[in-house]
Design a protein around this ligand. Structure first.
Ligand code: DC
Length: 235
């Protein structure tokens, strides 16, 4: 079974997808973390300069030796992204990475490289995958597709609180600008832009609690499962 969760930045996709995964016994895959890991590597190796310009050839070279994997800690359930075996979960969430990731995600060869890995992960078992192009490109035949959205104000507040809780020094307006800019680039890039596919169930969580959201999504998945789990182009 493949459940696709797409949508704008900071709509809480990963939070709910993890909870739905735990309830239904699915494997959760955070594809944004994969784009972030490539960005981190590019920053570390000097493939992105101070002005944010990307040396595409250098990134292409870097992909050759890059392995991205996920691990869930058996004790605390913490989800960890591994870059060539190194835990990088906190580092990939930094503002430095957030500022450059949309540019990296707009490169066709980076997308090809990661989409192939995402499809491979999906072939291994039942998954819930979150990102921007899961229902449109990675798994156009996904059994259930969700499209998450919320107002800019709500999304900025969530992201701001998250960064502050991690002890990062950020201003509200800086975070708002970053969220807005990422949405713009993600929706307007040439390769696999963020789109709301017609067969996705739209979830506007501006005024929903996480529990309400998870219950809603679980119900939809179970209903589709009861109906034979085929996405037939309608809700
Ligand atoms: O979901 P996130 O904020 O961690 O994603 C980081 C960036 O990666 C975001 O700017 C969009 C991009 N992305 C993408 O282009 N395609 C995906 N499937 C997932 C993320």
């Amino acid at each position: 079974m493949v459940v696709a969760v797409d949508g704008y930045s900071s709509t809480g996709k990963s939070t709910v997808a993890k909870l739905v995964a735990a309830k239904l016994g699915l494997m959760y895959i955070d594809t944004g973390a994969m784009y972030r890991a490539v960005t981190l590597k590019a920053l570390r190796e000097g493939a992105i300069d101070e002005g944010g310009r990307i040396d595409e050839e250098k990134v292409r070279e870097l992909l050759k030796g890059m392995e991205i994997a996920f691990r869930v800690d058996g004790r605390d359930g913490r989800y960890e992204t591994l870059l060539n075996g190194e835990p990088v979960e906190d580092e990939i969430r930094s503002m430095r990475v957030a500022e450059s990731v949309s540019g990296i995600a707009a490169l066709g060869f980076v997308r090809e490289f990661l989409v192939e890995q995402q499809r491979e992960l999906g072939r291994k078992g039942d998954v819930i995958m979150d990102g921007r192009d899961i229902g449109s490109v990675v798994f156009p035949d996904a059994d259930v597709k969700f499209f998450m959205t919320a107002t800019l104000q709500v999304r900025t507040e969530r992201r701001y609180r998250e960064l502050k809780a991690k002890g990062m020094e950020v201003g509200f307006e800086e975070v708002e600008e970053n969220v807005k800019k990422r949405d713009y680039i993600d929706s307007h890039r040439e390769v696999s832009p963020l789109v709301q596919v017609p067969d996705a169930v739209v979830v506007d969580n501006s005024c929903m609690t996480i529990e309400e959201e998870v219950d809603f999504m679980v119900k939809i998945i179970e209903t589709k499962k009861g109906n034979g789990l085929r996405n037939e182009g309608g809700n």
